[in-house]
Unconditional design. Structure first.
Length: 213
């Protein structure tokens, strides 16, 4: 492994550090079959990455918005109780995070994932010590978007002002660009088929360990 790109890096979580697609898709499909079975085909095609409330709203469509709260409650119950532990890091992530930490790289998370499962999974993976800050969609700022989460991290420690943001979706790229961070695109994540034409990409990587090259 070579020398890291920067003294500070901010990461997305799902689709960047952990491969949660199968687990989350299965949860959405299970809940959809119970709450709005006529929307199951739509649930099978959703993009992993947006906040839970946004995805649930899209799955339910115009005819089932009265079931939104019930949908979210059931998803949280299923996902947080056991499905979360079927989520695994992408290849090389744990070793690379350890390497970055040993090289005194400041690391933080800015994720649309809710705080409870994020912290639960980080503890399960023994990653607690790696991240100086963890900003989630349902954090202190009342459901902030990812750009605001990144800005909050920069405010907490100015070393992140000139850092990189590694993510896998167009929204990650937009958020990095708005904060003038160098955006690293994770090609192995979930946003492969999105329209990237308006995103300023510093570098694309095909595996997590490439951030050390």
């Amino acid at each position: 492994m070579g020398k890291p790109l920067s003294k500070a890096i901010i990461f997305d979580f799902d689709g960047t550090l952990v491969d949660s697609k199968k687990t989350i898709n299965e949860c959405f499909q299970t809940v959809t079959k119970k709450i709005a079975p006529d929307r199951i085909n739509y649930a099978k095609k959703i993009l992993i990455g947006p906040p839970l409330s946004d995805t649930a709203t899209n799955i339910l469509g115009n005819n089932h918005q009265d079931k939104l709260d019930a949908f979210i409650r059931l998803f949280i119950k299923i996902h947080d109780s056991k499905a979360i532990f079927h989520t695994h890091p992408f290849p090389g992530v744990s070793k690379t995070l350890k390497k970055l930490y040993s090289n005194n790289i400041h690391m933080a998370l800015a994720t649309n994932k809710r705080k409870t499962p994020t912290i639960k999974l980080i503890e399960h993976l023994n990653w607690n010590k790696y991240f100086s800050f963890i900003e989630c969609h349902d954090g202190e700022s009342n459901h902030p978007n990812k750009s605001i989460m990144i800005k909050k991290i920069i405010t907490k420690n100015s070393i992140f002002k000139n850092s990189y943001y590694l993510g896998d979706t167009v929204n990650d790229g937009v958020s990095a660009n708005l904060n003038n961070l160098k955006f690293l695109r994770a090609n192995y994540g979930y946003g492969l088929n999105e329209d990237w034409t308006e995103i300023k990409i510093y570098k694309s990587i095909n595996s997590f360990v490439e951030i050390l090259e």
